[in-house]
Design a protein. Sequence first.
Length: 122
Amino acid sequence: GRKIAFGKSTAGNSFYIPVYFSIDYDPGLIEGSFAEVFLIGELKENMIVVSNSAMMEEFGKFYVFVAHDDGDFVKRFISTGYSDGESTVVMDGLYENEKIVSEGAYLIKLSQMTTVAPAHNH
């Protein structure tokens, strides 16, 4: 296939632009249908990028769990940038070589929400 047209700008709160392709005939595809695709642009250097599975959302703000040497995990809010649907650029809130939870972040969130009931006594 080949690219035939694309949008020139994005909305202020979106990083998506329409791109139109012409592709070879495939009987499994229906003319005019939509597809979700991920296009890789130019490589950027010196950026911190995390897997979308590492990010949690709370009231519209994103955070990750940062692993500490003592085994604890600390919730840290981050500012996000561009995303390709699988990974997202972190603009602020993380530093190079920090370890974060990339899978199972929801389980850590649940474990931090639980509390121990007080002992029963008479």
